[in-house]
Design a protein around this ligand. Structure first.
Ligand SMILES: [Ca+2]
Ligand SMILES: [Ca+2]
Ligand SMILES: [Ca+2]
Length: 160
């Protein structure tokens, strides 16, 4: 079942609880225990709710019954970036032509929707040199941080 970022006993509807029946005059005691599990540094959460019941008239115990609740962040990050232009200068030593430039690509993103403001954002940048439809380089937070060599294909997906 889905839940909001905090799940307390008050949030559990009676209709979600296990059905425990006693006799007409019995007194049923209910014990609810909630365990919380964090995923992705707390952006997503899961709760294990354990129910135990005792019939105070007969001392009959029922349970434990276990139900799970979850909160999943389905909200996409919002990306902010602008078109950027960079100067290129003649370089006779460049084998592909005479001009060469250095580019510094910048973009930022924010992501609401999770249960914490301190979750991580992962990123990938694909570079298509010459704009010919083939991706020539990738840069990504999924790759090892010590992978600085433009010739390496560390994740072996065919893109250096
Ligand atoms: Ca999100
Ligand atoms: Ca290309
Ligand atoms: Ca690769």
């Amino acid at each position: 079942m889905d839940a909001q970022c905090d799940l307390t006993k008050a949030d559990i509807k009676d209709s979600d609880k296990p059905k425990v029946e006693g006799g007409p005059c019995d007194v049923i005691g209910e014990n609810i225990h909630i365990d919380t599990f964090l995923f992705e540094d707390g952006v997503c959460k899961k709760w294990r709710v354990t129910y135990n019941y005792i019939n105070w008239c007969t001392n009959e115990q029922k349970g434990p019954y276990v139900k799970y609740y979850k909160y999943k962040d389905d909200v996409k990050p919002v990306l902010t970036c602008q078109d950027q232009m960079f100067a290129a200068n003649p370089n006779p030593g460049n084998p592909n032509g005479i001009c060469e430039g250095t580019v510094n690509l910048e973009a930022s993103a924010t992501d609401e929707g999770g249960c914490t403001a301190n979750g991580w954002l992962k990123w990938q940048v694909f570079v298509d040199l010459w704009g010919n439809g083939t991706t020539d380089y990738e840069f990504s937070s999924f790759l090892p941080t010590n992978d600085k060599n433009l010739g390496n294909d560390t994740n072996q997906n065919g893109i250096r």
